[in-house]
Ligand binder design. Structure first.
Ligand SMILES: [Zn+2]
Length: 124
């Protein structure tokens, strides 16, 4: 087995709706895209939450909008904090790490590959 390439994407936050950079700053150096939410496995930026009327002006979830949806897997973030900061804090709380490591691995043959896959079954 040979690890050809390793990259940690854990620091990067991008909105799953509009692909906006979660750490974009305005001209004053303040976070330009604040708040946001987690819905299931999707991170949605503050701008998209506003556009879709998901979060009320007081920072709470718009329950009228989600009246026919399960809300157990929804987390509304601090509306004053940057979206990227919020998502990384959430990742740390939920996964005990902000790492999201991606690797490209090559194997000498199928046996080596299946051994590796069986050894790593169920690992995150
Ligand atoms: Zn967005």
């Amino acid at each position: 087995m040979k690890v050809e390439y390793t990259e940690n994407y854990g620091g990067i936050v991008v909105c799953d709706f509009c692909n906006a950079d979660g750490d974009i700053l305005d001209d004053e150096g303040e976070f330009a895209n604040k708040g946001g939410m987690i819905m299931g496995s999707h991170a949605i930026c503050g701008r998209c939450c506003k556009k879709n009327n998901y979060v009320l002006t007081d920072g709470s979830l718009n329950l009228e909008k989600f009246k026919d949806e399960p809300v157990d897997d929804i987390v509304v973030f601090d509306q004053e904090m940057g979206f990227g900061v919020n998502v990384r804090e959430w990742r740390l709380k939920v996964y005990d790490t902000t790492d999201a490591i991606s690797q490209f691995i090559t194997f000498d043959d199928n046996d080596e590959m299946f051994d590796y896959m069986n050894k790593n079954k169920g690992k995150k």
